[in-house]
Design a protein around this ligand. Structure first.
Ligand code: ADP
Ligand code: MG
Length: 229
């Protein structure tokens, strides 16, 4: 579903050139539950941005569903991403001036693939799935961090993407709340979605089908649930 071949990313700033990703090769299958771990600055977010086409590699190829990103124009890529990828951030990034429900409906409007008459029910069903349907008409700021992250997950699922990516989604939550958010991602993976989570929580790696460890822009280990490769 997502293949990276020899992906290198070099950031050039005024006074230096920095290799954030160094010759990454990996292939993620449909329905896999993947963790990407590594220290701050190891390249985790950059790697996610490559996989979703948000940023482009300096060298190498990224193949999404048999199509090389380099061969897609920006509008085709944006439309692919809107339909196929749901993104969850560490700081939720809900629109503060819209209710929780409106945040989800807006995501549907942008992509325009869910028929209009189905949107309200679908949005409420998603809020129900993540356990916050009673907060639908509240503003994000009036919700707890965990509730806001649930809302952000519901928004990520708005257009029924095959792939869900999350960049340190529990990094700003206490451990009990983090567990409940992780349970939602596990359930999504079980339901057949490809779920890719960037996390610091090394001790929880066993929950994933596969864990990639990044260090200085390189994949230094790739472990299946019970087997070290
Ligand atoms: P992580 O998510 O693992 O903390 P990042 O992928 O955000 O790491 O960043 C990896 C490295 O690349 C860091 O050293 C960071 O400073 C650098 N970096 C990331 N984005 C940029 C950018 N746009 N310009 C210059 N350097 C960047
Ligand atoms: Mg990061």
């Amino acid at each position: 579903m997502i293949t990276l071949e020899g992906v290198t990313k070099v950031f050039n700033t005024k006074d230096r050139s920095f290799t954030a990703l160094d010759d990454i090769h990996l292939a993620i299958n449909k329905g896999e539950y993947i963790a990407i771990i590594g220290k701050s600055g190891s390249g985790k977010s950059t790697l996610l941005n490559m996989m979703t086409g948000i940023d482009h590699p300096t060298e190498g190829k990224i193949i999404l569903n048999n199509t090389e990103i380099g061969n897609m124009n920006e509008s085709k890529l944006a439309s692919w991403r809107g339909k196929n990828v749901g993104i969850v951030f560490q700081f939720f990034q809900l629109i503060p001036t819209l209710t929780i429900l409106e945040n989800i409906l807006l995501a549907m409007e942008f992509v325009n693939c869910i028929p209009k008459p189905e949107r309200l029910k679908r949005a409420m069903d998603l809020l129900n799935t993540v356990g916050i349907s009673e907060q639908a008409n509240k503003m994000p700021a009036s919700l707890s961090g965990g509730e806001q992250q649930r809302a952000a997950i519901a928004r990520a699922l708005a257009n029924d993407p095959a792939i869900v990516v999350a960049d340190e989604p529990t990094g700003n939550l206490d451990s009990k709340t983090a567990d409940s958010i992780n349970a939602i991602f596990s359930a999504l993976a079980k339901s057949g979605k490809t779920v890719i989570v960037v996390t610091h929580e090394k001790d929880s790696a066993l929950r994933y089908d596969r864990t990639f460890t990044l260090s200085d822009g390189k994949i230094v280990s790739s472990e299946f649930k019970n087997v070290s490769l």
